[in-house]
Design a protein around this ligand. Sequence first.
Ligand code: RP5
Length: 162
Amino acid sequence: MAEPIVGVIMGSDSDWRVMEAAADALAEFDVPFEVGVYSAHRTPQRMLDYAGGAAGRGLRVIVAGAGGAAHLPGMVASATPLPVIGVPVPLAYLDGMDSLLSIVQMPAGVPVATVSVGGARNAGLLAVRILAAADPALLDRMITFQSDLHASVLAKDDALRS
Ligand code: RP5
């Protein structure tokens, strides 16, 4: 197994139902990744240790998902120089607006690239794009992916019209 270059982390194992889509996107592009639960509130020191060591271990991007008072992506971004992509996980109340606002309103100097509520697939794809910017083979695969996406829309359009 290749060493992971993306970390897919979440505040609770209950977030996996959403975050699995990020892992699936990375797997589609054969990007090696690791997954883990690191709670900003329940295991704060463990989260900081993970964020602080991530770059040194060879990770290049971190995808972090959390719900409710979703402080994990922002806190991880504060403790790593790596790009952090935040996924607002929707919970039973407030339709994920709480998660979204907790993640998106970062102070200047500590960026988190926030995707849509429940948008873990796009988080995985954005991680691929970040890596692809410096990896021509991966960039080619992303171009093919986009071309396939385009073709699939045309095929659906054709089916609708026939
Ligand atoms: C957040 O609290 C987690 O990211 C999760 O979305 C939420 C609820 O966690 P559990 O009570 O299901 O473990 O920190």
